[in-house]
Design a protein around this ligand. Sequence first.
Ligand code: NDP
Length: 315
Amino acid sequence: RKGNVIVTGASSGLGLATAKALAETGKWHVIMACRNFLKAEKAAKSVGIPKENYTVMHLDLASFDSVRQFVDNFKLSGRPLDVLVCNAAVYLPTAKEPTFTADGFELSVGTNHLGHFLLSRLLLEDLKQSDYPSKRLIIVGSITGNTNTLAGNVPPKANLGDLRGLSGGLSGVNSSPMIDGGEFDGAKAYKDSKVCNMLTMQEFHRRFHEETEITFASLYPGCIATTGLFREHIPLFRLLFPPFQKYITKGYVSEEEAGQRLAQVVSDPNLTKSGVYWSWNKNSSSFENQLSKEASDAEKARKLWEISEKLVGLA
Ligand code: NDP
């Protein structure tokens, strides 16, 4: 049978390119989990994904109710779940004030981390029950959260501190909207959320890999300077960022190529190792990359897991 893969945020950028790459092989049915149903439907058509190879299902990661409803709807569909890809993200680098999810959490961490945390916890049992030969849970990471790299050292740097803001609920009312308890900074909130994504992947691996045989993995697909992720940035940045990445840092990767990379992490029989953060070198072959000290801190991962469980209502 075909594999069934859920891709969050498949309505644009990396998610869409990945959905296309997987659907084109004819071996996958892609469940495009998107907040804007019409946009996703149009996007799938515009890149020519064959109708029989995808289903759009509504998911707004900025609302726990919506996440729970998505999971119920998916279960009702009767499809087995073979791979879950947590890809969606928001990036608000120019925001002066924080904005919040339906449940009152700062939007970047609320969407990118907490929404995906709840989603993957609720779908773990489905992955476990699938009889597919290689079951995987993939959480898209980023170089920007990794302070052991040049890109990760561009200020403001990611730093979760002692997680006091997260413990306080990231509400911006009685606690700081930032994980480390500091002043709001949209660019930092995004980087922090990506560190959470990479820590979560490793904690999943430690808790569940042996028992479930699910492969837990993360990746940095390269700098896809053309996606909608930078839509909130100032116009001059959006003009100069793609050529800067292409010619100066040479970290630039096209959406299509990045989609092939993520599709590889979904389906390549050679990439079954769990607990790994994949990257690609210049000739586009994959390798196991090192995470920064903070992004591989097992004690922090455990603490993040426990606080997140409380915040999403699982503990
Ligand atoms: P895009 O902005 O193009 O795509 C983000 C997707 O997330 C969109 O489909 C968007 O939906 C969706 N999304 C946002 N908020 C929600 C929500 N509340 N509920 C459901 N879906 C939501 O960015 P990219 O494709 O660049 O980003 C994809 C991933 O790649 C992210 O995890 C990002 O961190 C990562 N990444 C990107 C890099 C880059 O250089 N671009 C580099 C490294 C990692 P909608 O279409 O409705 O807006």
